[in-house]
Design a protein around this ligand. Structure first.
Ligand SMILES: Cc1cc2nc3c(=O)[nH]c(=O)nc-3n(C[C@H](O)[C@H](O)[C@H](O)COP(=O)(O)OP(=O)(O)OC[C@H]3O[C@@H](n4cnc5c(N)ncnc54)[C@H](O)[C@@H]3O)c2cc1C
Length: 420
């Protein structure tokens, strides 16, 4: 009897977990991704702030598949899904499936603001992190030889939009890069003349965290020298300025956007399928698409309602859903079934800077050094690959003791990647 074929579309957190759980079982497994590596997105901001080299947060997918029997990898751009014919359409040709796990993640949402999309930096890909690092380092190079004080000030002003974990972590890491490294590299630039402005539309940072942790994060960032603007929104941008709702303009050559995501483009290729907020695909309690019990959607692309609210776009949700999709496929192949998907919320955390983080898990709250150590250990644990863990641990230890960022390399003087 021929084995059933399971195709996994997208090898991020959800796809990887589904593949791991299916590897070695009695199915043919085909993993498809536009990249030949799995990317650990939560550490992209450390690549952008010269804390980690990009190789340390990516893992080659063929390195996984060569160890798994019955599994193969296809490097391809998926540009369609034919639900009726049961095949995905790729630039390497169509791939038929018996079961499909769609795990293509999300993309940055600029809420239709074209000027912001054109000028802002965002972080979804490795090349974007490298672009942002190059840009930050170039701003210091240009500022150090800029005679005009106003231009110099704009070059040294960095605006970050979004007070969620990514915005907070990026703001803290950028401040430390400037204070400990760049202002030492550039004797003519004092860290006091640089500005980091963190803009958040809500009335607090880290809105998913308990009150006291939100206040701690804000106090900590302010004490580090980050200006926090709450209940404020960015509505436009040029290459040299950022416009706020109400008309205020901040002269700045750097706008970093972490204020929203929506489902990846692939969601748009699924015709006649119900979509929820941010274009996510509405899924059944078993994560399948209504009317297509052989197609599962997991991770950022899936809109799964838990008590009426969509689950957040976070790595643990994607991983648990990937695992569930694999288990239900295996159960069906054995003629059985399993109970509906349930998300086990293990909490959330964000690091703010050296020895400082916030974490809320299982009704407990931590902040400061303990939360920071927990953050470091958890991220090391979830990184893929022994070498990556080792390299990241060495980088963090070195940076902690010597306050150094070895990867402050300008590898291109022009920006390559603009998300539109
Ligand atoms: C900067 C940043 C920081 C974050 N920090 C945290 C954090 O601290 N904690 C947390 O829990 N979550 C964090 N997240 C969110 C987390 O990374 C996502 O929720 C998670 O990656 C979602 O997993 P996924 O499997 O749905 O998608 P992804 O991990 O994004 O994987 C999608 C995969 O699909 C592939 N793909 C997409 N479209 C196509 C196509 N058309 N053809 C071929 N391949 C395609 C992509 O290459 C990618 O490999 C962060 C995200 C970002 C961007």
């Amino acid at each position: 009897m021929t084995k059933k074929r399971v195709v996994i579309a997208g090898m991020g957190f959800g796809g990887l977990r589904a593949a791991k759980a299916l590897a070695g079982s009695d199915v043919e497994l085909i993993m498809v991704d536009r990249n030949n590596y799995h990317l650990f997105q939560p550490l992209l901001y450390q690549v952008a702030t010269a804390g980690l080299e990009q190789e340390a947060i990516a893992y080659p997918l063929r390195g996984l598949t060569r160890r798994w029997q019955g599994a193969s990898f296809l490097l391809a751009e998926i540009n369609g899904i034919d639900l009726a014919e049961k095949c995905i359409l790729t630039d390497a040709g169509p791939v038929a499936y018996d079961y499909l796990v769609v795990a293509a993640g999300s993309r940055t949402n600029f809420f239709g603001m074209e000027s912001v999309a054109l000028h802002a930096f965002d972080l979804k890909r490795l090349d974007q992190a490298e672009d942002l690092r190059n840009h930050i380092l170039l701003m210091f190079e240009q500022a150090s030889r800029e005679p005009d004080p106003q231009r110099r000030s704009a070059l040294l002003t960095f605006v970050i939009v979004g007070g969620g974990p990514t915005g907070v972590e990026f703001a803290g890491a950028l401040r430390e890069l400037i204070v400990y490294v760049l202002s030492q590299d550039h004797p003519t630039i004092s860290s006091a003349e640089t500005r980091i402005v963190l803009v958040e539309a809500a009335d607090s940072l880290l809105t998913a965290m308990p009150d006291d942790l939100r206040r701690y994060a804000q106090r900590k960032l302010s004490s580090m020298g980050v200006e926090v603007l709450l209940e404020s929104r960015v509505v436009g941008a040029t290459a040299e300025s950022v416009e706020l709702y109400g008309g205020d303009v901040i002269a700045s050559h750097t706008l970093f956007w972490s204020a929203g995501v929506s489902a990846a483009e692939l969601a748009g290729y699924l015709e006649g399928v119900e979509r929820g907020a941010s274009g996510r695909i509405v899924v059944q309690p078993d994560l399948s698409i209504k009317g297509y019990p052989e197609v599962f959607v997991v991770g950022d692309m899936a809109c799964y309602l838990a008590d009426g609210t969509p689950l957040p776009m976070m790595a643990p949700v994607a991983s648990q859903q990937g695992d569930y999709a694999a288990r239900i496929i295996r159960a069906r192949e054995q003629g059985g079934t399993i109970p509906p998907f349930r998300y086990l919320d293990k909490g959330s955390m964000a690091t703010i800077g050296r020895s400082s983080a916030v974490a809320a898990a299982a009704g407990f709250k931590f902040r400061g050094y303990i939360a920071w150590v927990a953050w470091l250990l958890l991220h090391l644990y979830y990184l893929i690959g022994f070498r990556n863990r080792l390299v990241v641990m060495m980088n963090w230890t070195y940076a902690y003791w010597f306050q150094e960022r070895q990867v402050r390399l300008i590898t291109a003087k022009k920006r390559r990647a603009v998300s539109l």
